[in-house]
Write a protein that binds this ligand. Structure first.
Ligand code: NAD
Ligand code: 13P
Length: 417
């Protein structure tokens, strides 16, 4: 019988951390997964910093070298996850096409601005029965409207893709400090399968769901519509890909996984909280203290729930926002120590733009909140709905220099009028 080959598409701060987790589990569960895990690395020339424990001036480390060579030789991503030892069964691969070849599990984990090009390269080069998990925090906005990255990737590659999101600041997890996460995986059973029922509580995992040996089925998207994607079943010689197997792949003693079925709620929580985290950074940078930040989180959570209900109402559950790690917990951690929060705070303190702080401080890491704020705004504006989402709108207007942080209290007050 075959084992699942796992490939992580992406190798940034979170991409490298998730790669560490799944490589540890692939080694532990060699009955299910091939031990070697591939990680696609967008190749660049990097100099090993003298602060790295792997730095050796005598070995020529003051010269730039390929990031993939550094990772494979020293098991450290010195640029995006410095100071963390990666498992030796994790292999950095600069060729995306080669890394995804024969992988039956694809984990998408790169800044959302780069996923389109990566998918273009993957199309036609992956197993037709591969299954995916998207760890990307963002939404895809086009002329057609807004879609989840899990579904957009899945439709583009003709595979089923679920979503992982939670209160997960990468550096803490890489240091093996305990956290929780939420994985939404709601694969198809049959053509006629009814949409996930709605209730006030997060839907429990469906441990018996398996897509093994399903020949070709139509599945329903996060709006309850029959998806255009024709799925190919996972051949029976593989272990089944169900909630249990995905929990086994991601769960660690320091990374606790809750499996749910609400893909839209999990994806939207991770995307929209980045807009709120910018607002939290703005008011913190202004010196307004914890009360102001709590107000931002309260209003932000309301707008997140409203957005989910308004545009993904067929499947989304409010409780995913209020009860899971992907919802309120991610909102809190992101408004406390996330990069969007920290960069927005510094931008206000220094009187410069968030983009400028990102360039100066993040050493190539990418903020997701600014692009998400612009994209969500263009989507809302096109529908004349800006006033229904005053905090999202205020963040967009502040980023564009049309409004000031001092305007926030008045701008968001309209919500309760
Ligand atoms: P990151 O912010 O560290 O971004 C850097 C990555 O982008 C590097 O791997 C770099 O190689 C890659 N890159 C740069 N230019 C590129 C190009 N032209 N084409 C392709 N790749 C290019 O990335 P990250 O932190 O791994 O974030 C990935 C996703 O995970 C994001 O959606 C983010 O919101 C989410 N996330 C991040 C964290 C975190 O704490 N970092 C936690 C949870 C979720
Ligand atoms: P930032 O991208 O703002 O650092 O958020 C990280 C995150 O998603 C924490 O869950």
């Amino acid at each position: 019988s075959k084992k699942h080959k796992v490939t992580v598409v992406g190798s940034g701060n979170w991409g490298s951390t998730i790669s560490k987790i799944v490589a540890e589990n692939a080694k532990l569960h060699s009955n299910l997964f091939e031990e070697e895990v591939q990680m696609w690395v967008y190749e660049e020339e990097v100099t090993i910093p003298s602060t790295s424990k792997n730095y050796d001036a005598a070995a020529g480390h003051d010269e730039p070298q390929k990031l993939t060579s550094i990772i494979n030789n020293y098991h450290e991503n010195v640029k995006y996850l410095p100071g963390v030892t990666l498992p030796s069964n994790l292999v950095a691969n600069p060729s995306l096409v080669d890394a995804v070849r024969d992988a039956s599990i694809l984990i998408f984990n790169l800044p959302h601005q780069f996923i389109g090009k990566a998918c273009d390269q993957m199309r036609g080069n992956i197993l037709p029965y591969a299954r995916g998990i998207s760890c990307i925090k963002g939404v895809n906005v086009s002329d057609d409207g807004v879609s989840l990255f899990s579904e957009w990737i899945g439709d583009g590659l003709d595979i089923y893709v679920g979503a992982l999101s939670g209160a997960n600041i990468a550096s803490e997890i890489a240091a093996e400090k305990w956290s929780e996460t939420t994985i939404a995986y709601d694969p198809p059973l049959t053509d006629s399968r009814a949409p996930t029922p709605r209730s006030d509580s997060p839907q429990p995992a469906q441990p018996t769901v398996t897509v093994t040996d399903v020949p070709a089925v139509v599945h329903r998207d996060a709006r309850g519509r029959a998806s255009k994607t024709k799925l190919t079943g996972v051949p029976a010689e593989y272990p089944p890909l169900d909630h249990d197997s995905f929990r086994t792949l991601f769960h660690r003693p320091y990374f606790h996984v809750q499996m749910v079925s609400d893909v839209a709620g999990v994806s939207l929580g991770g995307a929209l909280k980045n807009i709120v985290a910018l607002a939290a950074g703005f008011v913190d940078g202004r010196g307004w203290g914890d009360n102001a930040k709590a107000a931002i989180m309260r209003i932000g959570l309301m707008e997140m729930v409203r957005f989910g209900k308004e545009f993904f109402g067929e499947t989304v559950q409010s409780a995913t926002f209020t009860e899971t790690s992907a919802g309120v917990a991610d909102l809190i951690t992101s408004c406390s120590g996330g990069r969007n929060f920290r960069c927005a705070r510094k931008a206000v303190e220094k009187g410069i733009s968030v983009d400028e702080v990102e360039r100066q401080e993040l050493n190539g890491q990418k903020l997701q909140g600014t692009t998400t704020a612009y994209e969500v705004n263009s989507f809302l504006k096109a529908r004349g709905l800006e006033r229904d989402y005053p905090l999202f709108t205020a963040v967009n207007d502040i980023l564009r220099g049309k409004k000031q942080v001092d305007d926030i209290p008045e701008l968001v007050a309209t919500l309760d009028d």
